[in-house]
Unconditional design. Structure first.
Length: 495
């Protein structure tokens, strides 16, 4: 296995400023731990996807198979207000590290990345908040080879003592920064030196692009649940609408289905608060006729989703705009989806029931966090394509050995000069008893492959699993952009 890990930070969803939500997504199988309180998903440092702000004084740690040599690279930006870099780890102990100093120089140190004994330092320096691609090829030993590059140009190389423990290996690494610094990372790859592909530094300032399912190819799994909207909280802010309010947001389903309920996310606890779901048709860009409502639901608990079932499930048509929301009799804090103020509000007496025609609404209200729950979508790719994945609110499932779901994926945004490796990642949970294993698949031409890792064991909570495909399974040669765009990918039950 040469490709150990890749991360474009795109699978965690659009820009998300809620540090606790970001940390939870990062550590759901992808990363071993995330320290600090200011992680943010932000705009990319390259041409597509997203990037990650580590957060002042924070770190992101990944355990990898033990290796005596590590090859890798990442795109980064640093405010240079303090130290930032990459720390290589032997268990929990520091082995060596690359530091981006506050002066803009880049240095390799033995031990702690910012204070250990200097092994080498660059003559050149970078400027604050500029974007660069840092790469390394480091062996671990008392007189081991190392080389570090910036934007494809060698900064320094040589031999030196790259160990601070009794072992000549590492078993993990951290992306890490000191207090006060803003450290943004993107397009990370990590290789070891094994195999015949991806066993050397790339020196191409590579970009990691994430594609998502857009069609069904071979479907054997069953649809478990589907979501309309997003369950991700992108701001830590809450807002308490006044009592006796009608609260709405616009939703346009990408696929047709049946809306069964609306789920709200409270930011405070209120046992006596009353809620009622509502669905309105669109009328020239404004909410119009009431389509469906539901029985009164009582009480909410802070941070616990509250489901509001519709009395009569409402069929929805793909591409048609609807207005979803709820009524409440009580002013209770509710979580917000984002800071975009995409909500609408009107005064409506709860005891009078849902208005048959929506009253005039006031725009620019907080984007309260709620979403619709669908069934009958008649496709599987939609459930698997949500970004970020909402776990129990959108999924497909199966327990039959050999069953497989494959999806057509969105094409690359541009024709690549080279495809170094392909990662297939799935957000997976085991929901029944007994041992289950799976593989993440790529089908190219007639060849259906599980890549670098088959027989993967999912946990009892949703988490990320991955497999890597250094070459095209159909040709055993390097991927071309055209062959990758034509390939399908998905999941299979192995046992």
């Amino acid at each position: 296995m040469a490709a150990v890990f890749t991360a474009g930070f795109d699978i965690y969803g659009p820009a998300n400023s809620n540090a606790s939500a970001v940390a939870a997504m990062l550590t759901a199988g992808e990363w071993t731990s995330a320290a600090g309180t200011a992680q943010q998903i932000v705009a990319p440092l390259s041409a597509s996807g997203q990037a990650l702000v580590i957060g002042a004084g924070g770190s992101l740690t990944k355990t990898i198979p033990t290796t005596g040599r590590i090859i890798g690279g990442l795109r980064f930006s640093s405010s240079l207000a303090n130290f930032a870099g990459v720390q290589f780890l032997d268990g929990a102990s520091n082995q060596a590290g690359i530091v981006i100093n506050s002066t803009g120089t880049i240095q390799l140190r033995n031990g702690v990345y910012f204070s250990g004994t200097s092994i080498a330092v660059s003559a050149a320096s970078i400027t604050a908040n500029s974007t660069h691609y840092l790469e390394w090829d480091i062996s671990f030993g008392n007189a081991a080879a190392y080389q570090v590059w910036l934007d494809g140009v060698s900064l320094f190389s040589g031999t030196g003592d790259t160990t601070a423990t009794a072992n000549n290996t590492i078993s993990g690494f951290s992306l890490i920064c000191s207090s006060a610094v803003v450290y943004t990372v993107d397009d990370l790859y990590v290789f070891d030196a094994s195999g015949t592909a991806n066993n050397a530094v790339l020196l191409t300032s590579p970009r990691i692009e994430t594609t998502f399912p857009i069609s069904d190819s071979a479907v054997q799994f069953a649809a478990g649940a589907a979501i309309l909207g997003s369950a991700a909280q992108r701001t830590a802010t809450t807002n308490a609408p006044v009592a006796n309010s009608l609260l709405l947001r616009r939703f346009t389903p990408a696929v047709s289905g049946t809306l069964n309920s609306i789920t709200v996310m409270p930011g405070a606890t209120s046992a006596p608060a009353l809620f009622r779901p509502v669905v309105y048709a669109d009328s020239g860009g404004s909410p119009g006729t009431l389509m469906s409502t539901g029985a009164t639901q009582t009480g909410v608990t802070s941070g616990t989703a509250k489901d509001l079932p519709l009395t009569t499930p409402q069929p929805l048509t793909a591409g048609t705009q609807y207005w979803l929301g709820y009524m409440t009799d009580t002013s209770v804090a509710m979580q917000q989806s984002d800071a975009a103020n995409g909500g609408y509000r009107a005064a409506a007496t709860f005891g009078s029931g849902a208005p048959g025609t929506a009253p005039a609404m006031t725009a620019g209200q907080p984007t309260w966090l709620f979403w619709g729950n669908l069934s009958g979508t008649a496709v599987n790719y939609y459930e698997a394509a949500q970004q970020p994945p909402p776990g129990p609110y959108s999924y497909v499932f199966d327990a039959t050995v050999g069953h497989e779901d494959l999806y057509g994926m969105s094409p690359l945004s541009a024709s690549p000069g080279a495809v170094h490796t392909v990662a297939v990642k799935g957000y997976v949970q085991k929901s029944d008893s007994g041992t289950k294993t799976l593989s993440l698949r790529v089908k190219s031409g007639a060849n259906d492959s599980g890549g670098s890792a088959t027989g993967l064991a999912p946990g009892t909570s949703f988490g990320w699993l991955a497999s890597y495909f250094a070459t095209d399974p159909n040709t055993s040669a390097a991927w071309t952009g055209a062959n990758l765009d034509a390939a399908t990918a998905g999941i299979r039950v192995d046992s």
